[in-house]
Design a protein around this ligand. Structure first.
Ligand code: TYM
Length: 329
């Protein structure tokens, strides 16, 4: 069985990326044929980074995968722009995607902001490229954070539309693998933790120093309710988020955790939370720094993965073109 997932090279990973995605990839690479893609084509739909920054971010993302425990001999790690099948299939699938489906996508509405006329065509068709990423490998499973659900739904819809049109089940309908709740901003528990949040205090980055992690958790928003009774959490977004982070990093279920910490003061809870975050991040941070001093090695990993991915996708593109009726030889 095939697994595909992608992450944008928008900088260093944060706790949301780690809990939502990275943590589950370590087990996945042992069980499935895994493709872990650094989706640089998606990044230019919104962030027009300087060329050196974009390149640097791709290296940072390869280093993050390896430092988190991904083994390039088990999983195929590569950057999306090097495998031309992604853009080619994106065009083809765009021709089977009604505009009405794209108009419903909440990410476009959020990212385009008020003046939609100024948003790029790339941002609008972002979900089609994401569908192409997944369908190009005929992936059965797609490990993602909870925020990507709508993208997986449209991928299935596009695959079904194509299959229906040609009266054959060529594309597998992929399923999302979601194994944790969404990690929210430390400043506002109703907004997701995100790289694009202007406040650096809203997130914990994997290159934050221990001092900075202590500071961010100290300043993280809380409320005046005492203790950690599980029944109160749904009305306490910021505290609930921190309990979920503690639970995810310690692998202790929320109800069990709340039993243990129900009478804790906020100070004691935050101290333990800081300890567990630092013990998760600091070895990864150290390894990332080591890896980033050897760009030749990181490039070798990307090339190895890119060659493997290109070989497989070349065959798939050929079959898809054949189904559509293009002349090939
Ligand atoms: P991206 O780069 O925003 O995020 C990468 C992964 O991290 C997860 N994630 C979170 N999980 C929980 N809480 C959060 N606050 C949080 N923030 C991010 C995301 O769910 C994701 O799994 N559209 C995708 C990239 C993509 C892709 C794909 C994914 C492109 N093609 C094909 C899967 C398959 C994105 O922007 O992820």
């Amino acid at each position: 069985m095939i697994v595909f997932t992608g992450i944008q090279p928008s900088g260093v990973i944060h706790l949301g990326n780690y809990i939502g995605l990275m943590k589950q990839l370590i087990g996945i690479q042992d069980q499935y044929k895994s493709f872990f893609c650094i989706v640089d084509l998606h990044t230019i739909t919104a962030n027009k980074l300087a060329p050196n920054e974009l390149r640097g971010n791709v290296f940072k993302m390869v280093a993050a995968h390896l430092a988190c425990g991904i083994n390039p001999e088990k999983a195929v790690i590569f950057n999306q722009s090097i495998v031309s099948g992604h853009t080619e299939l994106s065009w083809l699938l765009g021709c089977y995607t009604p505009i009405g489906w794209l108009n419903r996508m909440t990410q476009f509405k959020d990212k385009a902001g008020r003046d939609k006329q100024k948003a790029s065509l790339g941002l609008y068709s972002y979900p089609v490229l994401m569908a192409a990423d997944i369908l190009l490998y005929n992936a059965q499973y797609v490990p993602v954070g909870d925020d990507q659900k709508q993208h997986l739904e449209i991928t299935r819809d596009i695959a079904s539309a194509f299959n229906k049109h040609y009266r054959q089940d060529y594309f597998v309908l992929p399923e999302a693998l979601i194994n944790s709740s969404r990690v929210m901003s430390l400043r506002d528990g109703t907004k997701k933790m995100s790289k694009s949040d202007p406040s650096d205090y809203s997130r914990i980055n994997f290159d934050d120093s221990d001092k900075s992690i202590i500071n961010k958790i100290k300043k993280a928003k809380t409320d005046s309710i005492l203790g950690f009774d599980i029944d109160t959490l749904s009305a306490r977004p910021e505290v609930c988020n921190m309990v979920n982070i503690y639970s995810a990093l310690s692998d202790i279920k929320v109800d069990m955790l709340c039993n243990t910490i129900s009478k804790y003061s906020m100070e004691r809870f935050k101290k333990e939370l800081v300890d567990i975050i630092i013990s998760t991040i600091s070895p990864v941070r150290k390894k990332m720094t080591e890896l980033l001093s050897d760009k030749d090695y990181l490039l070798k990993v990307l090339k190895h993965g890119g060659d493997k991915a290109a070989g497989i996708t070349h065959q798939n593109i050929k079959k898809i073109k054949d189904i559509i009726g293009f002349v090939q030889w």
